[in-house]
Each structure stands twice: as structure tokens, then as C-alpha cells.
Design a protein around this ligand. Structure first.
Ligand code: ATP
Ligand code: MG
Length: 310
């Protein structure tokens, strides 16, 4: 497979302080790859190195097989949303896009106008096109930054917290847009966000960065099943029965934790194969199980578990 984004053995030091330690990950064409991690983990630094805005101390950071800082042609195939949006407050939304459309080399005035209208529609800002950006809300600025990133129909998008400050509708708009671009136009996206529900919906694969090190990577499903122990919820006929069960099964060696909530007992076990064992033990001990179901684990729980551990 030919990688669109290749990061290998990446090390970055600021004044001798190491903030990226041997970071490696690869992103394939039309993937939406999520880079996750707590504040200061090194996500933005990794993106800035990929964009050629920072020099790596060691290692490789390539886009479409090249260093972005060394290829003008390549820069024209990349769109970015960074923390600082680079928009001019004294210009209107339209004028900002007009400026960037020229920077990106969209030569014909007719073409520029057509594309500017298109991207304004895409981010829901067409009505606000003649408003000065200085009067925009934070969310509107974010939308305009995304519109600017899309102007020249890039093949690769680097979106560093694109939904920061967006309302619920704006977040859904970005999610749908990113999903559509990757599925329908084959655009490759490197995405960061602190909203894990959003990441679960948008990203095909993720890497978790903690303290400048990748501590886990893979699809959301693979991470959730690899790193979270199974959780089972079992309902009984009465609260008294549930309490008795909890006391009884706490002694089993494969039960990591269990707690009561009314008529139900929630049980964390070591592995999947412990679930039938558990049900069997309950039945043989004469407890009357009304209902038993596996609780679906979410990325957020796995994330918190991994961040705490590292
Ligand atoms: N130009 C710089 N000079 C010195 N230190 C820096 C510089 N840029 C980033 N750092 C340090 O590098 C580390 C990683 O920062 P980075 O901005 O990449 O984190 P992040 O994962 O993007 O965090 P956040 O979620 O808050 O955006 C931090 O400790 C930060 O202080
Ligand atoms: Mg950042």
C-alpha cells in the first residue's frame, strides 16, 4: 500500500526537551485517521512537522512520499485547519476566501467565484458572506477556516480540532462533510479532536498519543475490544437477591469488580470466555436470572483507562 501520510521514528525536541518520542503511524488513501491524546501530548507538533512548519529533530514525516516543505506542487494538494486560523478580521468572509483562492492559484475569476460560493454553502456560511470576519462568532470563524481549507479541492486534509467551539449542528456538519469527502472524493484526512464521540463516528483508525508516545493504535472497534475488559449486567427478581449475588460472585477469581444497582448487578470480568462461566455459576447456585446482557464499551472508557495507565 502506498501511504499518503508516513510518520516514522519521529522525534522532536524543543530546547533539549523531548516532546515526541519515536512516533510512528501511517495513513492510507481516503482514510480518516484520528490523532488523539490529552493536552500537550504532541498532536499539533506532529501536524506542524508534517506541514513543514517545524523541523523534526529525528525521523521521517512525509506526505504523498515527500516532505511538504520541499515541494510547492505538493503544498497545493493539501488543506489545513490549525489552531490559529489565519483569517483577516477586517475582510469579509468572501474577501478572505478570494484572497486565499488567489494564493492557491485559482486563476480564473469566474472559477474562483464559483468555488468560493460552493465552499461557503458547504460550511453553511453563504448568507454571512458579506459580513466582516471580525464580527464572526468563534464557531463561524472555525467554519470559514474549514471553507478555506477546501477551496482548492485538496487530496489531503490536516484538521487540528476542526470542531473546536462549534455548536451541535456545526459539529454534525463537519462530521458529515469529512465523511463525504473521504468516501466520495477519496480525500485523506488527519483529524484531531477532544470529542471522542465525534472521533468514534468519523475516524476509520486512530492513534493515541500520551506524553509524546503512541500508546495504542488501530480501529476504534479493535481498541475497544483489546483494551477493555467485558462488562456484564445481570438482572434479578429483587434488590435483596442482587445484593446476595454480588457478595457471592465477588469471590470468583475472574471477577475484577462488581457492583449493585437496584435489581441489577454489573460485573467486570477478565475475558470474554468468563461470561458463560459466570452465567453457569449463577444458574447452578440457584439464583434466578431475569435478564443478562453485555454492556457495550465505548472509546471514552478505553481512552481514560489508557491515559491514566500511561
Ligand atoms: N514552539 C514550541 N516551543 C517549545 N515547546 C513547545 C512548542 N510547541 C509545542 N511545545 C510543547 O510540546 C508539547 C506538545 O504540544 P502540542 O501543542 O503538540 O500538544 P497537543 O497534543 O496539540 O495539545 P492540545 O490538545 O492542548 O492541543 C507541549 O509540552 C508543548 O508545551
Ligand atoms: Mg494541539
Amino acid at each position: 500500500m502506498e501511504w499518503v501520510v508516513e510518520v516514522e521514528g519521529l522525534v522532536k525536541e524543543f530546547n533539549g526537551r523531548r516532546v515526541l518520542h519515536d512516533v510512528t503511524f501511517h495513513v492510507g488513501r481516503s482514510e480518516v485517521f484520528g490523532l488523539l491524546g490529552p493536552n500537550g501530548a504532541g498532536k499539533t507538533t506532529t501536524i506542524r512537522i508534517l506541514l513543514g512548519l517545524l523541523e523534526p529533530t529525528l525521523g521521517k514525516a512525509l506526505v504523498l512520499g515527500e516532505r511538504l516543505s520541499e515541494s510547492r506542487e505538493l503544498r497545493g494538494r493539501v488543506g489545513v485547519v490549525l489552531e490559529s486560523d489565519g483569517l483577516f478580521s477586517q475582510l469579509t468572509a468572501y474577501e478572505n476566501l478570494e484572497f486565499y483562492a488567489r494564493v492557491y492559484g485559482l486563476k480564473s475569476a469566474v472559477e474562483r467565484d464559483k468555488r468560493i460560493r460552493e465552499v461557503l454553502e458547504l460550511v453553511g456560511l453563504y448568507e454571512a458572506r458579506s459580513v466582516r470576519v471580525g464580527y464572526f462568532s468563534r464557531g463561524m470563524r472555525r467554519r470559514l477556516a474549514l471553507a478555506r481549507a477546501l477551496l482548492h479541492s485538496p487530496d489531503v486534509l490536516f484538521l487540528d480540532e476542526p470542531t473546536l467551539g462549534l455548536d451541535v449542528e456545526g459539529q454534525a456538519l463537519v462530521r458529515d462533510l469529512v465523511t463525504r469527502l473521504s468516501r466520495e472524493e477519496g480525500v485523506t484526512v488527519l483529524y484531531t479532536s477532544h470529542n471522542l464521540n465525534e472521533v468514534e463516528k468519523v475516524c476509520s483508525r486512530i492513534a493515541l498519543l500520551v506524553g509524546g508516545r503512541i500508546v495504542a493504535s488501530g480501529t476504534v472497534e479493535s481498541l475497544v475490544s483489546e483494551f477493555s475488559k467485558p462488562l456484564v449486567e445481570v438482572y434479578f427478581t429483587s434488590t435483596g437477591e442482587a445484593l446476595k449475588v454480588a457478595k457471592y460472585i465477588r469471590r470468583l477469581n475472574y471477577v475484577v469488580e462488581c457492583w449493585c444497582d437496584g435489581k441489577s448487578v454489573t460485573i467486570l470480568v477478565e475475558s470474554n470466555s468468563d461470561i458463560p462461566k459466570l452465567i453457569d455459576v449463577l444458574a447452578r447456585s440457584g439464583f434466578k436470572v431475569v435478564e443478562a446482557r453485555r454492556v457495550e464499551r465505548r472509546l471514552e472508557e478505553v481512552y481514560l483507562e489508557l491515559v491514566r495507565k500511561n
